[in-house]
Design a protein around this ligand. Structure first.
Ligand code: XMP
Length: 512
């Protein structure tokens, strides 16, 4: 495996993902991980990520410098390279010659790290500091017009560095450099494949659960569906699945999920809890977005817990709580590095704190695309595997202001038309997320000969890679026109449709 130490880099996930795509297991750990922990993992190589700090800052993130002497090949990327520069008593210059964006490197020598690269290559730079000098045993492989050491290697000490980001698509030969490191230098083996991994996972679940049973909340989304299927393959009828309908899900979704688990997957224990009245009652009159989130989160736990207690009484042996947590959830919620900014707390990670069940998270090492591959192998229909992400608080954060039954009906119907047309036109698969939002204002219109005074629907469709940034989807005008006409004609209570053309940042994907 290749270990990636996180110094707070924006692109840290990309490094691990690329390596896994090569067929080699890779994991991200905080930069201040102990030598003992590293020893347990037995990595074939260690990559030091980039990060927003300068090595000269008072609180600059550090690692144990003994890591450089372990004899394990090390590759420093950006900040990682500068940190190596500092540790080996090189000269690191702060903030003088910043480089950002596409740059050209001049390759003086290929060495092991830049094997196969031409004399000039395009790379992606994003740095303020640079390493100006290194001890004699370090060989400079490449430079740019402003950065004297854009790549170096020291084969004796097995220490390597690149100032640019090999993990992003703007460095076209990035994969070759990473492969040179992973295979050429670290001699890692290709043994990370979804097929072999799924067999291993099933075996591990069987061993961990033993003769006990697992209870799990499912949402109809990709992660929980694949996790439940995996658990089902391992323990069959000792899996108890609970779907809590908070009433804030998309039109027809409750029936779809129910049919899928009961009829298609043939789960023996699937419990559908219609709690929509409880949620809607508690949300009545609430307009503050954070308040809505809190109420939904708490109520969800209450409803789920009471179902768990009921089932525990009836069926002995329920000792585990299954969760569809995936790798990025853990990284984002648990703050792998105190230097990376916290993104958000996923409620599926915090949910079990109050319960006395042991958590089992069969997908905790996987990225979304790997979860989809696993799902495909299990023949889960593509409509579920390619489903757009859906927020925990559901439609509550897409109805701005107060949630009423009428507003919920209008939103569900409008959203249904939007998604239906996106699917028919092939644009659903080309967008990261698409949905309708209801604005709590009324506008004047004219229908027939009469004046109308009705709600405004905003359509949001975005493209994104990881939801951290997003761009509005450039849907064809004809398609938008068709959707707008259908919504205004078919949904009672709407007389105006808008298309949202804001990017994230500064806007967010959701409205609240
Ligand atoms: P924003 O609105 O922050 O959304 O740009 C980024 C991604 O996160 C999803 N999202 C949530 N998911 N609970 C969730 O489970 C939430 O409270 C929540 N808020 C936003 C959103 O749908 C998008 O994919």
């Amino acid at each position: 495996m290749i270990l990636v130490l996180n110094f707070g880099a924006q692109y840290v996930h990309l490094i691990a993902r690329r390596i896994r795509e090569f067929g080699v297991y890779s994991e991200i750990l905080p930069c201040d991980v102990s030598l003992k922990e590293i020893g347990k993992l037995k990595p074939d190589g260690i990559i030091l990520s980039g990060g927003p700090a300068s090595v000269y800052e008072h609180n600059a993130p550090l690692m144990d410098r003994k890591i450089l002497g372990l004899g394990i090949p090390i590759l420093g990327i950006c900040y990682g390279l500068q940190l190596i520069g500092k540790f080996v008593n090189g000269e690191v210059l702060a903030g003088k010659l910043k480089e950002f964006g596409k740059k050209e490197i001049h390759v003086k020598k290929n060495g092991k790290l830049l094997k196969g690269l031409s004399k000039k290559e395009q790379v992606w730079m994003s740095h303020g500091d640079l390493v100006a000098k290194l001890p004699k045993d370090f060989e400079v492989l490449a430079s740019t017009d402003t950065c004297p050491i854009a790549a170096f290697e020291n084969n004796e000490r097995k220490i390597y560095g690149i100032q640019f980001h090999a993990e992003v698509a703007h460095t076209p030969k990035g994969n070759e450099i990473l492969k040179n490191f992973v295979f050429g230098i670290c001699k890692a083996k290709k043994d990370w494949h979804i097929k072999s991994v799924s067999k291993k996972l099933i075996k591990e679940i069987k061993k961990e659960v033993g003769k006990n049973s697992v209870i799990m909340g499912v949402s109809g989304g990709v992660d929980s569906t694949v996790a439940a299927t995996l658990l089902h393959k391992a323990i069959g009828s000792r899996l108890y699945c609970v779907f809590v309908d908070h009433g804030l899900i998309r039109k027809d979704e409750a029936d779809e999920v129910k049919n899928f688990f009961e009829k298609k997957l043939k789960f023996r224990h699937f419990y559908f809890v219609d709690a929509s009245h409880i949620f809607l009652e508690k949300l009545s009159g609430i307009t503050d977005p954070e308040e809505k989130r809190k109420i939904i989160g708490h109520t969800f736990i209450e409803v789920f817990e009471s179902k768990v207690i009921e089932l525990e009484k009836k069926h002995k042996g329920i000792k585990f709580l299954g969760q569809g947590t995936i790798y990025p959830d853990r990284i984002e919620s648990a703050q792998p590095s105190k230097y990376a900014s916290k993104i958000k707390s996923h409620h599926n990670v915090t949910l079990p704190e109050k319960m006395k069940l042991k958590v089992i998270e069969p997908l905790k090492e996987f990225y979304k695309d790997e979860v989809r591959k696993l799902g495909k192998e299990f023949r889960i229909p593509t409509e579920i595997l390619n489903r757009h992400p859906f927020p925990g608080p559901g439609l509550a954060i897409r109805i701005l202001g107060e949630i009423t039954e009428e507003r919920l009906r209008i939103l569900k119907e409008s959203d249904h038309i939007f998604i239906d047309e996106l699917k028919k036109s092939g644009y659903y698969g080309k967008t990261w997320q698409a949905f309708a939002a209801l604005l709590p204002v009324k506008a004047v219109g004219v229908m027939g000969d009469a004046r109308t005074y009705e709600y405004v629907i905003s359509l949001r469709a975005v493209t994104s890679i990881d939801a951290m940034t997003a761009d509005w989807a450039k849907l064809p005008y004809e398609l938008l026109e068709k959707i707008s006409t259908r919504i205004i004609n078919e949904v009672r209570g709407v007389n105006r449709v808008l298309y949202d053309v804001s990017q994230k940042p500064p806007a967010t994907i959701e409205y609240e």
